[in-house]
Design a binder for this molecule. Sequence first.
Ligand code: SF4
Ligand code: SF4
Length: 220
Amino acid sequence: MVRKKPMDQILAMIGECKNLLILGCDGCAGVYQEGGRKQVELMKTAIEMAEEVKKGRKVNILTDVVERQCESSFCASVVNPVIHNVDAILSLGCGVGVQVLADMYPNTLIIPGHDTMFIGVEDRESGMFHELCKACGSCLLYETGGICPVARCAKSLLNGPCGGQSKGKCEVGGWKKDCAWVLIYNRLKDRERLDLFTVFRAPKDFREMQHPREFSASGG
Ligand code: SF4
Ligand code: SF4
């Protein structure tokens, strides 16, 4: 999940750059309508207007969108032909996209246009995004009816609810959010799999979440 940085922060990072490429991402950021073609064009207009009004100057702005900014070959095909004409790239991808671009073009200023928040999903009815996974490295969703206690329990508990749940709501945040372990209990009960609810789960090996992590594409 990404969200647009405040415009004054983006303008401050652009500084005195005269030639800018705004690069969107049609991957996660595009799917959730933060980094797609429309957002790139809106950002172009917003920067042009702000630069003219606040600084009385014109910035030359190119725009494009790649299928996935986390994939360097996709970025190369779009950015290589124009990189010599730009002072900075404003990324409308996520933090991974920004870092891929920064590695590919170390002599060019790469500006993050987004704050990267979490791995989650949109509830289209409420217009809210919810964190669903913390990429913990050893997934236990089989035992929890497909509801992640690591991400969705405020205390990341692994063995059932704490004493802070009341009527299915979590004390953290003032009993507004569902207690993840009550959701898990209800899900497992519906599936007649409460045997999984009583399985004891040993403390998590948080070394698997220790940063920075690496993973071999060959599985080795
Ligand atoms: S247990 Fe939760 S945090 Fe860990 S991989 Fe599965 S969904 Fe992600
Ligand atoms: S009330 Fe439920 S969701 Fe909140 S911290 Fe306790 S177990 Fe986790």
